[in-house]
Design a protein around this ligand. Structure first.
Ligand code: SPV
Ligand code: MG
Length: 579
């Protein structure tokens, strides 16, 4: 549903009278559900320099019933009608006139009036036929007129229960439909006006407007005699060569186009089905269909997407990349190592943004001025001036101001696929490390020191699962873990929820204040790696999870790694080009 339109029920009720008073007459269009109502609410054209649009909605018994696959014979009850009415009012702000059929029994009518008023409906039309009525446009249907004095009583009962003076009860005269003639129609009009009708609808199914125009003339005389003139209403479905302007000149204040949106949709649906069946595909049917994007626009989906994006931004989930350390194999910070002419940090930023994240903090240290040679737009820099003495854990905590809403930690020497970040954001848990399960298969070829991980439940390489990403509980992490004991390799990407970030900061502060000597695998707390504090967090009883991945990332530890990465990137580019 679109949230564009807001109006209070009272204001909407009043609006119909206000528009008639201002313009002399209102054009009303049939709507039968939320979508047709949004279209009727929004469509405008420019004609002779003026903007023209419909003023109000007709909630038709014929089209509400037909939308539900039902005949128009008072079979669809008030509760069901109220659901449709509510659906339309929810997404619009124009006034509505409800087609109330005969109104049912006087008691049923009273309750219907109250319920419509509450929702913000401006008027109800009831017709002077005997319940259950038959649709007026069918030439052969039996039309039984109600005794006019009984019908007049129904109008009085409605007036007695209504609480809003602007809510209108319009009496619809069916004399021209049932064949009882003009005189009967005028006689009934007088009785209904005396009973308090706020409007008189004269209906006809003739293909010319002669009868309704004659009625309109007689109506003016009657109103002069009575000294009051309720609004005059018509439904020019069959006599449709006459224009709204002409009808207005003849005294009509409300002109209802009573069924056209449903009929238009009905025809397009049939044509579409025929066409798909004929061509055995749906391409040709496009001519009869609105583009999906237009429907998205109409029902408010575009707005939802914008809000989602805004919310993501406001949520300010940061990505923190500690990049202060020095690696003797390279003459620059690892973030600035180039692969195919592009720095690792540029690859990382591209992937991070593809995953929908915009807030990135980088902690500089070793040769920090080299970062100024690049335009890393939107990146917030923190500095670890003591990078020689204080290692990656200290660097990470330098960015503590960017942690409050949770953050994603990314090591500075890895390149990875955006799907890893997207999956990680969907994982539950306050601290989730991304762990690679392919470690099992190549552990004997590894010649470098990896961050190894031991999980609580053992990795089962043969175990297949429908769940694309599964998590495990981590019990041990570090470089000195026995290769055969380890289940995974930590790839250097982790998620900390706001609570996870809070745990990290608190444990860090506590250790900083109280810890002495070796800190897990580090010779001191100052020289601690991030994996050391994760082990500390686990040892204090907090849960740390691992999200399993298989491939989709690479670390750059040596010149040989750069060559491998260049080869892989060339390969990926070739696949993307379709070569
Ligand atoms: C309707 O739209 O349901 C009407 C108008 O009552 S008519 O179909 O002409 O009777
Ligand atoms: Mg009807």
């Amino acid at each position: 549903m679109t949230l564009k339109y807001t109006i209070s029920p009272d204001k909407r009720i009043r609006l119909l009278k206000q528009l008639i008073e201002k313009k002399g007459f209102v054009r009303v269009i049939e709507v039968h559900n939320g979508l047709s109502a949004i279209i009727a609410q929004e469509m405008q054209i420019t004609k002779n320099g003026d903007i023209v649009e419909f003023d109000a909605f007709w909630e038709s018994s014929l089209t509400d019933s037909a939308s539900k696959g039902m005949p128009d014979a008072e079979i669809v009850g008030h509760d069901s009608r109220l659901l449709t009415i509510n659906e339309i009012l929810n997404v619009t702000s124009k006034p509505m006139i409800v087609d109330g059929d005969t109104g049912g029994s006087p008691a049923q009518f009273e309750y219907f009036v109250r319920r419509l008023e509450r929702l913000g409906v401006s008027a109800i039309v009831i017709e002077d036929k005997v319940f259950p009525k038959r649709n007026s446009l069918d030439a052969t249907a039996k039309q039984t007129m109600e005794d006019p004095s009984i019908f007049a009583q129904k109008i009085e009962r409605g007036n007695e229960v209504k609480t809003n003076k602007d809510f209108m009860i319009i009496a619809r005269i069916e004399s021209l439909i049932s064949g009882t003639g003009l005189e009967d129609a005028i006689r009934r009009a007088e009785m209904y006006i005396e009973a308090g009708a706020d409007g008189i609808l004269i209906h006809s199914k003739k293909d010319n407007p002669k009868d309704v125009l004659t009625f309109a003339k007689e109506y003016e005389k009657l109103c002069d005699k009575l000294g009051k003139r309720p609004y005059l209403v018509c439904i020019p479905t069959t006599y449709n060569l006459i224009t709204d302007e002409e009808l207005a000149k003849n005294g009509f204040n409300i002109i209802i186009h009573a069924n056209h949106l449903l009929r238009a949709a009905h025809k397009a649906m049939k044509k579409t089905i025929e066409t798909i069946l004929l061509y055995d595909r749906n391409f040709e049917a496009e001519a009869y269909c609105s583009p999906i994007t237009e429907i998205f626009e109409d029902v408010g989906f575009i707005r939802i997407k914008e809000q989602d994006r805004k919310y993501m931004k406001e949520q300010r989930l940061w990505v923190i990349i500690p990049a202060a350390g020095e690696d003797v194999s390279f003459k620059c910070p690892k973030s600035l190592i180039k692969i195919h002419g592009k720095t690792i940090l540029e690859y990382q930023l591209e992937t991070i943004r593809k995953a929908g994240l915009n807030n990135v903090a980088v902690v500089r240290g070793y040769k920090k001025e080299m970062f100024n040679e690049y335009a890393f737009d939107g990146v917030k820099f923190y500095d670890n001036e003591n990078y020689k003495e204080k290692h990656s854990l200290y660097s990470l905590l330098k960015a503590k101001d960017s942690m409050n809403n949770g953050f994603i930690l990314i090591f500075s020497d890895i390149i990875f696929n955006e799907s890893i970040i997207k999956s990680l954001m969907e994982c539950r848990g306050d601290i989730v490390l991304v762990v690679d399960n392919s470690y099992q298969y190549h552990k004997h070829e590894i010649d470098k020191k990896l961050d190894l991980v031991v999980s609580k439940t053992k990795h089962k390489p043969y175990h297949r699962s429908l769940i694309p990403t599964s998590t495990v509980e981590i019990v041990k992490i570090g470089k000195n873990i026995n290769k055969d004991e380890a289940d995974y390799e930590f790839i250097g990407i982790a998620y900390f929820s706001p609570k996870g970030a809070e745990i990290l900061k608190k444990v860090y502060e506590d250790c900083k204040k109280n810890h002495k000597g070796k800190f897990h695998e580090a010779e001191s707390f100052e020289k601690a790696a991030i994996t050391d504090i994760i082990q500390e967090i686990i040892d204090r009883g907090f849960t740390v999870n691992g999200m399993e991945v298989y491939k989709g990332w690479m670390e750059i530890h040596s010149l040989k790694d750069i060559q491998i990465a260049e080869k892989e990137i060339r390969y990926i580019r070739r696949i993307k080009r379709g070569g």
